[in-house]
Design a protein around this ligand. Structure first.
Ligand code: HDC
Length: 930
């Protein structure tokens, strides 16, 4: 045993969701270092259905066989007490709790159902609360406890389609912050990790060459170190994966202090926007106590209103604003300000005054006295539909929502009841979700919407006695992060504020003079500005109060990059701790979304690997999957029918750059209307080659079209139902990738051969399979068309003819409608995972462009002029670039050799191109532009 090895002898570790992925690795690791482990796994599928005990049982068996101690538990985390009970019964104690269990119900917010929301919240957030709560007393009694909360980049920064998950995941960070503060004096530490790992949840997302490096084994060492007695870290949040370990924290600008009087208006906020969002003198708050509100108020009283503040008021005429919790405090201040600025108001509150009047009615009256139309709504915010319905009934629309309703049920975590937890969740987090979800379809329809969500400094930094509130407030921010991304393209903007104001809610915890000083009126101008069309940003968070407004953002340290090809250990984490947790000396990152956050780390990992390989390092290990090439060549694929109509023929022509001037390709009534000869290549999108079934490390985003050969045996009809026969001719190991060659033959109704295609698919990251010790070497297939194999080097002379054509930005979006819906060509998140800065053009789209250039130069646009065509894709093309086809007529006019250049990046994107003509062409010389 190395002298300094971190051990866990005598410790009892509970891992929830330990049946696979990360949880499994944690369990195996802790058991291997002496701990007794409770392997909790419900056995449900990723989306939460079904149950089988086998995952937990077989892991327990594996641990025992290796000499470790483990027991299984099959309870849902929603039954947290039973999980902890298993530890106490089996081993008499619990020392470490790793909250890892999770489910996904990814949906766009527009499609998200309450069931999707509730399930994800119940498992991730309420589940973690319940298990932690059950362990807390034991931790306190024994004055030792280590807790890990599993957050995610989606929680920290947001991600499309994950409003439920992002919100629950950030709520766990809020909870972690409070538990770290409450646990400090009992030696209970709580930290949050955002892992980037290959797991059931993520395996479809990462590029193949990186995938083997994103092993849980790169996550476990940090978790192990954070859970060790010797580690003092608590209240931290880490992003890590593939050997990279970084820390995140809040960064706040100095902000701006406004004059605390009527000159503090939304227009004044607009005028000082630069100062509010300036981070040049940042501060790094850790607790809520680090702002001196009274001093700020003194500064606000002493400040002067600049001339820029006198600008025209920002009005809300015709806009319908919904304010929840509008019966008093902040909500009332917002209502009065919006009323003065011309809005129509829906004022929601379920409270009553001491005399029994509805508080919403009282404020509605006040607002009406200011001349603004207003209606009251008394629904609880967890009936969000009713709140929004009130707006639609009264005014026919909704433009702005200010989610402000809130309650407190403060209690130390030791004494907090599930009821107190649930109540705070219901009003703050569920209420914010329900009201926003109900308004979302209206926002989408009218292509505009503004949401102001209310977080709190407690949600950002945690606070003693507010585990429920800090979690839910952080969860609201997590929801905002996702909605800001999803709403952006629909002109729906979401901001979050962390206000400090003296209200009836805070009156219980603040001295009266402070409550008086922190007027809600000093928060309202920010809210109104963020709700106005003049505010063009989205997804930001601001601390506000006492006339002071400052933006807050999440900062990620440069972190430490360990070599992911070497085993990472907790000892290495310990030994590099200062580097991991330090923000000094190296540039930090400020990701604005989860995909951006992950991509930056993955790209850095890839870059470092490439650099180390150039310097003679070892390449990442190839997959150990054994590939039987002979068997793959024998694979039987079903016969398919490739049916198409004239409409498909026209769409294809438009997809490869034909215009209205090419009537013979785009107009079915043209006398010469014909199918462009390369059209049959589309048939290959009909079937599924099931590459994942036999290729090692197959990841769809890493597949690139390598080569395309097509032979035309008889004219291609303008509409037909062709029978397609598919086979795999060869699989070649190119080390950096595998090349799969697929052949498709097309037959007409008379069983005559119409066309043959041979497509080479270059699958990056799947190479190296021939190194497998049991690989059976096979000679390259002899069953290839010679024209498909020819290397087609052009003569040394300059090209005989050159045609260039600009490819419009929308070309890939149009081309995909021909049947290749690969997201690599449209979805920025996917293409970035494939390693491209923006989505790339389909190889077959460039191919079609080149074929058109050749046809029009040498073929006189006669459909029967092309016998066969072959091309190799040597570089990617971004839509919006210019393709330049260089052509050489050879073989006495019977063949055109060609290459295609990407003009903007001056690179050859197609090489080895050749077209065999059915009859000799005469030399055409010159340059033309389409
Ligand atoms: C059934 C049909 C279904 C069709 C589905 C199609 C799905 C589509 O949605 C996908 C697309 O359209 S992707 C867009 C078009 N394609 C591209 O952009 C790829 C561009 N090419 C590249 O990036 C590199 O050349 C690259 C990455 C391909 C190779 O680069 P490197 O790894 O640097 O390779 P290199 O070192 O140059 O060569 C290594 C060995 O590989 C062979 N090779 C190179 N390029 C090839 C290519 N394009 N096709 C086939 N083989 C290729 C080399 O000859 C070399 O082999 P050997 O070692 O035997 O000499």
């Amino acid at each position: 045993m190395p002298a300094q090895e971190l051990r866990y002898d005598g410790k009892v570790v509970v891992v929830t969701g330990a049946g696979g992925g990360l949880g499994r690795d944690y369990a195996l690791f802790f058991a291997s270092r002496g701990a007794s482990v409770v392997v909790n796994d419900l056995g449900s599928s990723l989306v939460g259905g079904g149950a089988s005990h086998s995952a937990a049982d077989s892991l327990v068996e594996e641990i025992r066989q290796k000499g470790g101690k483990a027991v299984a538990n099959y309870d849902s985390v929603e039954n947290g007490a039973a999980i902890v009970q298993t530890a106490l019964e089996a081993f008499g104690r619990i020392d470490v709790l790793i909250n890892n269990a999770g489910v996904l119900r990814d949906k766009s917010f527009a499609q998200m159902t309450d069931a999707d929301w509730n399930l994800v919240q119940a498992v991730h957030l309420r589940g973690a609360f319940l298990v932690t709560k059950a362990a807390w007393d034991t931790f306190r009694r024994q004055k030792f406890g280590r807790i890990i909360m599993t957050t995610s980049s989606t929680g920290l920064y947001g991600n499309y389609g994950q409003a439920n998950y992002g919100s629950a995941k950030l709520a766990l960070v809020g909870l972690s912050n409070t538990l770290a503060q409450e646990g400090a004096k009992y030696n209970i530490h709580c930290n949050a990790i955002a892992p980037i790992a290959m797991s059931r949840m993520t395996e479809s997302t990462f590029p193949a060459e990186v995938a083997p490096l994103l092993s849980p084994k790169c996550i476990t060492p940090l978790v192990a170190y954070l859970c060790h007695d010797s580690c003092a870290e608590t209240g931290g949040a880490y992003e890590l994966g593939g050997g990279c370990v970084t820390k995140v924290r809040w960064e706040r600008g100095q902000g701006h202090v406004f004059k605390a009087d009527a000159s503090f208006t939304p227009a004044a906020v607009q005028a000082e926007w630069g100062a509010i969002t300036d981070f040049s003198h940042p501060y790094y708050p850790k607790t809520i106590t680090e702002v001196n509100w009274m001093e700020l108020l003194e500064r606000a009283n002493a400040a002067s209103a600049g001339p820029a503040h006198q600008g025209a008021p920002l009005r809300f005429d015709g806009k319908v604003v919904v304010v929840t919790g509008a019966g008093a405090g902040l909500g009332r201040a917002y209502a009065l300000l919006f009323a003065r600025l011309g809005a129509k108001l829906v004022l929601n509150d379920l409270g009553r005054t001491e005399t029994g009047r509805r508080t919403a009615d009282v404020v509605v009256e006040e607002v009406q006295q200011l001349g603004a139309p207003a209606v009251a709504n008394y629904s609880s915010v967890d009936e969000g539909d009713a709140v929004i319905e009130a707006a639609i009934r009264a005014f026919g629309r909704v433009d702005v929502i200010v989610n402000n309703a809130g309650i407190l049920r403060d209690r130390s975590f030791a004494r907090m009841t599930a009821k107190e937890w649930d109540l705070v969740y219901q009003v703050h987090l569920l209420g914010t979700y329900k009201v926003t979800r109900a308004a979302w379809p209206y926002f989408l329809k009218q292509k505009s919407g503004r949401v102001i969500n209310t977080c709190s400094a407690v949600g950002l930094y945690g606070n003693f006695g507010q585990a429920n509130y800090s979690a839910c407030k952080a969860g609201i921010l997590g929801l905002s992060n996702v909605l800001a991304l999803e709403g952006a393209k629909h002109n729906i903007k979401i901001h979050t504020i962390a206000p400090n104001a003296g209200t009836s809610m805070t009156a219980t915890i603040m001295p009266p003079e402070v409550v008086e000083a922190l007027k809600p009126d000093y928060v309202a101008p920010l809210v109104a500005y963020l709700s106005h069309d003049a505010c063009t940003t989205t997804g930001d968070i601001f601390e506000v109060g006492s006339g002071w407004v400052a933006q807050v953002r999440r900062q990620r340290s440069a972190g430490k990059y360990f070599d992911p090809r070497q085993p990472l250990t907790p000892e290495a984490i310990r030994d590099h701790w200062s580097e991991i947790s330090s923000f000094e000396g190296r540039p930090s990152a400020y990701p604005r979304s989860g995909p951006e956050a992950i991509t930056a780390i993955v790209q850095e990992i890839v870059q470092r690997l490439q650099t180390s390989q150039k310097a003679g390092g070892k390449a990442p290990a190839a997959s150990q999957k054994l590939l039987d090439v002979a068997a793959v060549r024998q694979r039987a694929y079903p016969e398919l029918t490739f049916s198409y109509t004239e409409r498909d023929v026209i769409l294809y022509a438009l997809g490869i750059g034909a215009s209205r001037k090419d009537l013979h390709l785009v107009y079915e009534n043209d006398l010469n209307f014909s199918t462009f000869p390369t059209f049959p290549v589309l048939g290959s999108h009909q079937g599924d080659l099931e590459l994942g079934a036999f290729l090692p490390n197959f990841r769809p985003m890493m597949l690139l079209h390598g080569e395309q050969f097509l032979e035309i045996h008889r004219p291609v009809p303008t509409e037909a139902a062709l029978t397609m026969k598919t086979s795999i001719v060869d699989v070649l190991d190119k080390k950096s990738g595998a090349v799969v060659v697929a052949r498709v033959t097309y037959f007409n109704a008379d069983k005559e051969l119409v066309a043959t295609t041979e497509s080479s698919l270059f699958v990056r990251g799947s190479g190296g399979f021939s190194q497998h010790p049991n690989f059976k070497a096979v000679a390259p297939s002899t069953d290839r068309s010679p024209a498909a194999l020819a290397s087609n080097d052009p003569p040394a002379r300059p090209a005989d003819a050159v045609v260039s054509q600009h490819v419009p930005e929308n070309q890939a979006a149009l081309y995909r409608l021909n049947g290749d819906y690969n997201p690599l060509h449209l979805d920025p998140a996917m293409s970035s995972l494939g390693g491209f800065k923006i989505p790339i053009l389909h190889g077959l789209c460039s191919y079609g462009h080149a074929a058109r250039h050749i046809m029009q130069t040498y073929g006189g646009n006669q459909a029967d002029f092309l016998k066969d065509i072959k091309a190799r894709f040597t570089g990617h093309v971004f839509p919006g670039e210019t393709l330049e086809t260089h052509m050489w007529l050879v073989d006495n006019g019977c063949k055109v050799l060609f290459q295609v250049r990407d003009v903007e990046r001056d690179s050859w994107v197609i090489k080895s191109g050749a077209v065999t003509l059915t009859k000799p062409a005469t030399t055409a010389v010159g340059q033309s532009k389409l």
